[in-house]
Design a protein around this ligand. Structure first.
Ligand SMILES: [Zn+2]
Ligand SMILES: [Zn+2]
Length: 202
C-alpha cells in the first residue's frame, strides 16, 4: 500500500478485533466513551462531532451511510483526542474518510476476498459501495480513478472527495457533473490519456 489509506491500518486495528466483520460500532463507541445520537441535520451534513464525546448522525441516512458517517466522525473525535497527530487541519476530512473506511473495511480482511463480488461484500460489511472501492484502491487494486455513477468519483489519492492539490481526478469530477452519463466514460478516458486507469461503475 502506498496511499494515504495505509496510515490508518494501525490506528483502526487498535479499536476493533482484526477479523470482526461487520465491525461492532456500538461496542466500539462504548469503549471510547462516545455517545451517538441521530438528529435532523442539513442534507449535506452526514454527521457532527461535539467536543470529543458526542457524535450526531443525520437521521435521513440509510444504515450503510450512517455507519460510514459514524466511522468518519470517530476519526474527527480521535483527531481531537490527539490520536492522529500527523493529520493537519486542512487534510482532516480526507483523513477521516480513510480512517472510517479502514475501520469498517479492514484492508487485511479485504485482501483475502478480492475475487468476491463488491456489492455482496458491501452488504456483508454494512458499508456504502464506494467505501469498499476506496479500500480496494488503498490496496492498489484496480484503476486509479473510478466513476461511481450517482455515487460520485473515487480516486486512489483523494478517496471520495476532490483533493486539495492538482490531482487528475479533479477533471474527472468536473466532467462527471457536466457531461451526460452515456458519454462520460469515453470523455474522461481520453482526457486522462487512456482508458486503462479509469473505470466507470454504475
Ligand atoms: Zn468530517
Ligand atoms: Zn484525486
Amino acid at each position: 500500500m502506498g496511499t494515504l489509506g495505509s496510515r490508518y491500518v494501525t490506528i483502526a486495528g487498535t479499536l476493533r478485533p482484526p477479523e470482526e466483520v461487520p465491525v461492532n460500532l456500538e461496542r466500539l463507541c462504548k469503549n471510547l466513551g462516545v455517545a451517538v445520537r441521530v438528529g435532523d441535520l442539513p442534507a449535506d451534513t452526514w454527521g457532527l462531532t461535539f467536543l470529543d464525546t458526542l457524535v450526531l448522525i443525520n437521521q435521513a441516512l440509510g444504515d450503510a451511510d450512517a455507519r460510514f458517517a459514524l466511522a468518519h466522525e470517530l476519526g474527527h473525535l480521535l483527531c481531537r483526542r490527539g490520536a492522529m497527530p500527523h493529520v493537519t487541519a486542512d487534510a482532516e476530512e480526507w483523513a477521516c474518510d480513510w480512517f472510517g473506511a479502514e475501520l469498517l473495511v479492514p484492508t487485511r480482511w479485504l485482501a483475502q476476498r478480492l475475487a468476491s463480488d463488491e456489492r455482496r461484500l458491501s452488504r456483508q460489511l454494512g458499508v456504502p459501495h464506494q467505501v469498499l472501492i476506496i479500500q480496494k484502491m488503498s490496496l492498489g487494486i484496480g484503476p486509479a480513478i473510478r466513476h461511481l455513477g450517482k455515487g460520485g468519483t473515487a480516486c486512489r489519492s483523494c478517496g471520495i472527495r476532490p483533493h486539495m492539490t492538482g490531482c487528475p481526478c479533479r477533471r474527472v469530477r468536473r466532467l462527471a457533473q457536466s457531461a451526460p452519463p452515456p458519454d462520460h466514460s469515453r470523455v474522461v478516458a481520453s482526457t486522462l490519456g487512456g482508458a486503462d486507469d479509469f473505470l466507470s461503475v454504475v
